[in-house]
Design a protein around this ligand. Structure first.
Ligand code: XMP
Length: 324
């Protein structure tokens, strides 16, 4: 009989057999998949054998790092390495405007920092766990059961660590038989909070691809605040779960506005919200106008450097979901 309990028991047995008394490292993004893998590992093994590493790039959403840390501690994490790398990422991105270059810089730095931290903190894990899903393996075109499984997170694609562990056959993928909705159910079963399970997708390069042009700390803070107000309002209004992905984008232009007798120039913020089944195609969410107007007013009232809010009504294709 296929139940969550049976699945968890089976997968735990497999992990125990594979790992023995050696240690496992899991790189945490904070998303659903890596959090559920963390929960499974912490149930299957003594927590001392499980090492969790999370890199805060400074390009995360408001409160994200604290929430990730709390969630993992609640799951019983003991060896939890929260790496604050904000300054390194911001200085590497200084003056960079080209979107692909920004992505490349972030991906490379991510891998470099992971490797440095593993050494610095003396993490001696022979195994590496990953949140690869069934669909990730099918999409690889190799089929389930193939040795050449696709590695999902873009940050890890070129990682020497992942490649080495794959060669040594020391990769653990406890979600590889599950679809996304089954991962959520399993997550719910092992006590992962709804706010993690229902969270919209978030790109690896984070806010860097939502700040068009050069990324600065000031712009990160403006966008973090505006995005927080937007997402919070979607939740308050019961709209969040109707939307596949929503976020704010900070444009590299300023436009004129008035307060009293003063004309001043403020940033333009674009709001994005899409409905989709898999992110491959998407349509703009047909907001009730009242919600949009009220949310726009809240943002411009509370974030003084934003003078104007626009709503992105484009479909994918021809537009993409993200703006960079
Ligand atoms: P696009 O913008 O291509 O996005 O329509 C489709 C989905 O992919 C996410 N996305 C990324 N995820 N690294 C990621 O991990 C990236 O560089 C990246 N770019 C886009 C995007 O948020 C959407 O869910």
């Amino acid at each position: 009989e296929w139940t969550m309990q049976n699945y968890l028991d089976d997968v735990s047995q497999d992990i125990k057999k594979q790992v023995g008394d050696e240690d496992v490292l899991l790189l945490i993004s904070g998303g659903v998949d890596s959090t559920v893998v963390a929960g499974i590992l912490l149930k299957a093994l003594p927590p001392a054998q499980v090492h969790l590493m999370y890199v805060d790039t400074g390009l995360m959403r408001k409160n994200e790092t604290i929430e990730v840390e709390e969630n993992l501690k609640r799951l019983g994490a003991k060896n939890l390495y929260i790496v604050n790398a904000e300054e390194k990422f911001l200085s590497a991105l200084k003056g960079k405007e080209d979107p692909e270059e920004k992505r490349r810089i972030i991906g490379d730095l991510f891998i470099k920092i992971q490797q440095e931290e593993i050494e610095k903190r003396n993490v001696n894990a022979s195994f590496l766990a990953q949140g690869t899903l069934y669909t990730d393996m099918i999409e690889s075109g190799k089929g389930v059961g193939s040795k050449a499984k696709v590695i999902k997170s873009h940050h890890n694609v070129r990682s020497p660590l992942v490649e080495q562990k794959r060669r040594e056959n020391k990769i653990i993928e406890p979600l590889s038989m599950l679809y996304k909705d089954e991962v959520r159910r399993l997550g719910r079963f092992i006590g992962i909070s709804e706010s993690v399970l229902e969270r919209h997708p978030f790109p690896g390069p984070g806010l860097a691809v939502r700040i068009l042009g050069e990324v600065t700390k000031e712009k990160c803070e403006i966008l973090r605040e505006a995005d927080y107000i937007y997402i919070n309002e979607l939740k308050n209004r019961g709209l969040y779960n109707d939307i596949w992905q929503a976020f704010a984008v900070l444009l590299p232009v300023k436009s004129v506005g008035v307060t009293g007798d003063d004309r001043h120039y403020g940033y333009v913020l674009a709001l994005r919200a899409v409905v989709s089944s898999d992110g491959m195609t998407a349509d703009a969410y047909p907001f009730p106008m009242k919600d949009l107007l009220e949310i726009s007013a809240m943002i411009t009232n509370r974030v003084k450097s934003i003078g104007r809010v626009v709503y992105d009504v484009s479909s994918k294709p021809p537009a993409t979901i993200e703006w960079e």
